[in-house]
Design a protein around this ligand. Sequence first.
Ligand code: AMP
Length: 991
Amino acid sequence: MSFWWIYPVLVTLCTLFYSQALRTYPSNEVMKSDALHPCVLTSCTVTLLDSMSALGDLGWVAYPPEGWEEISVMDERNTPMRTYQVCNVLEVNQNNWLRTSWIPRGGAQRVYIEIKFTLRDCNSLPGVSGTCKETFNMYYFESNYGNLQHIPENQFIKIDTIAADESFTQVDVGDRVMKLNTEVRDISNLYKKGFYLAFQDVGACIALVSVRVFYKKCPTTIRNLALFPDTVTGRDSALVEVKGSCVNNSVEFDAPKMYCSADGGWLVPIGRCFCKLGYEEKKNRCQPCLPGYYKALLTDALCAMCPAHSFSLQDSSTECTCEKGFYRAEMDPKSAACSRPPSAPHNPISTVNETSVIMEWSPPEDSGGRKDVTYNIHCRRCQPEGQKCSPCGSGIHYIPWQFGLSHPRVLITDLLPYTNYTFDIEALNGVSELSSGPKQFISVKITTSQVVNVILKERKSKDSVTLAFQGPEKTKDAVVEYEVIYYEKNQKEQNYTILKTKSTFMTVDGLKPGTTYVFRVRAHTVGGQGIYGGEIELETSTEDMIAITDPNQITILAISVAGGIILLIFLVTCFFVSGRHCGYIKAKQDPDEDKMHFQHGRVKLPGSRTYIHPHTYEDPNQAVRDFAKEIDVSSIRIERVIGAGEFGEVCSGRLKLPSKREICVAIKSLKVGYAEKQRRDFLGEASIMGQFDHPNIIRLEGVVTKCKPVMIITEYMENGSLDSFLKKHDGQFTVIQLVGMLRGIASGMKYLSDMNYVHRDLAARNILVNSNLVCKVSDFGLSRVLEDDPEAAYTTRGGKIPIRWTAPEAIAYRKFTSASDVWSYGIVMWEVNSYGERPYWEMSNQDVIKAIDEGYRLPPPMDCPVVLHQLMLDCWQKCRSDRPKFGQIVNILDKFIRTPSTLNELANSSTWQDPNMQEAFTVTSVEEWLEAVKMTQYIEHFTMAGYVTLDSVLYLSNSELTKMGITLTGHQKKILSSIQNLQALGTHVQI
Ligand code: AMP
């Protein structure tokens, strides 16, 4: 039976459905060329059957004949459409089958069936209850054959029973309300070539408007430059792993793959390809770099413009060629600009100190476009006329080293005295060796000198003294004249006198009787002025006396008498010939002698200034104004925090003062919310520091007090504090480098003690190190010892003191002097030689105090030269006047640097005996004896003075030791007390 009402409804439905279908399917623009591959962006479907698109008969099989009926209708565009309907609702036992034609699977394992149908509501049909149904069944049958005539019903596998979401009534039809149902089912795991679908009606009123069968696939795509082909989705919901292949001109970097999901979408790509060198990625393709561009790294996406001073003329360049005269070093990346060798260094400054020289220079004005400028030093020794030069050969030491210096500074030691040297400072960079151009260097000429030794000093009478001097043996010809400076002891700031002579002796007279004078001598040489030797003190007698016992001295006296006669003749001549009064000459001098007097304030003697404590100012701000420069805050750029101080953070940054070079600085700031006292104390450090000017004292650049936060700006020390620096570089320095550092600290401390400044907290943690390994004394805070130093502990007398570094008298009764600083210096020596070990390790402060009192001293650190440990022990003499002065320490260390072989003998830290623990040794020679008393540095002194047997030393005295050049009181005491033992025990020496 057929239902007349179906036709008009169908036409309308189909029209609507069609337009709906157009919306579901992608439009022609978005469809790929193949209409069967309607892919939208990442996913697409492939249609295997579409009843709507059939032009002729669908050719489906319907049975029994009174069941499903094929009806052709035209849609609004006059396109014929095939539909099937059945509506035997009044009859019982309906079993109407409609079977599609064979549908090839097309490689899919999972297909989808979308059906669109209408279904009549049984309630709207009168008299059909009991027979009318509102569902139908859908089946499939897999087969490799497309021409099966008959398939038994029981061979079909049921897909589902389909019910309508929307059924409709007669009224609905009249009102033209659309009730089209769309249902989608899927079949998985297909494995035969194709299948048939079947629809079973059991008594419903249905119009099957469309049947579409399709499967999904992931469409061809390019991801990360890898091509992924069309991929049919897997069975069930399994992902399909697909390997990608690199697009043209690209190479695999990490195997590209992607997963195709069950609903036809690609999941996240894994791995990738990169355009090969010389090609760049554009729109999923690799295109050649244009001339002027290059690509040298696979992982770079795009070609880059040729770096400065290079070019590329071809397409697809993998690198750019350097312009003429420019080069690329082997390790330079292709992206680096081509560079050239640097120009020569300039502004060399050399500071000659006897037989060593410190040279500094400015970096080349043209670095060649590189940051790796280094310097080589080439040494030539030249004849006095300066013409003929020859290479210096070995024996000279360069600190830090001779070749490949990264900083424009070098210390050269062990030069011959009074010799002309020419040093060529050559600038190089990473491309110097690629260039055939001439070397870029600047030459520095120097002449070395040496301290003049005073070999005789004698009180001649109550108003005169005689001195005789000796320059170094080999080079004494180079000495032009000697210069003697003298002044009354303790009066150097008021009045001193300079005398000059060409001879090797001088009698100074016109002195006050019974007065102590200080003398210092230096040589003027062809190469310039030497440096003053150590201070010699001589007291004139109250009575006239001549006390000469040494035959040499008699000779000298004879010479001096002769000189006196000549001088007398000269004076008379002077008086009569020039008519001028020569009465200003206090001393009878050699005719060549000159004399100068300086009054206080006119000429500064080195070390004659005294430091002024800020507390002596009524207004502490005035002290800051007097000693520290106010800096405009806009000249400072803070870069990063480098430490924490007592008053706030310490930062590094840059300071650019008008018409000065920008420099790196450390910036200490006073934290907010400070009390007035804290501000005073904070700035107190600047007031102290600002009074110092020495290469081994941290330099104050200035202060910011006019705005907040208040800041103190100092030079920047790249390597931070010495203790942590040494710990970081454990065992990495040569002994000479360590001694170089200690020499610097001693020199800074000498300067401070000359200025009568007592540091009180000298310790490696308060020494800063710059990039050239130059050590500088820092930490001049007013409250320093009391508050700032974490090592400071309260003593029984109430003060807070860094016990391990402090001399016993300073701990016991706060007697802080330069001598107590020397004790601390000894501890710093120990810290340096042990690379930052904690003095006395984990001993408690109380135990340290007790041990020191009982005579215990720190043993030599590992690999520490004997002479350095001996110097430490000297610094730790219980009696403070026995300790060496900083000036002496500097001289001793200088000698070690000049003669590094003195550092060869290492103290054995494990067998070192505390001097407190007495032990007897048998000695048979002067050498053995000096070795036993740890005074080997004086073996040569004894030999030179003729003391070669043990018997000969038994009656030595203080003054004889001094004459031999053994001037340190501590050493003299030690030797003399050992001599007493020698006398008592024969050759059994107690140490
Ligand atoms: P202070 O308050 O002087 O003890 O400084 C605290 C810390 O800041 C020190 O231990 C250093 O690590 C660092 N520091 C202080 N001044 C300087 C400087 N001039 N150059 C580099 N670091 C510094």
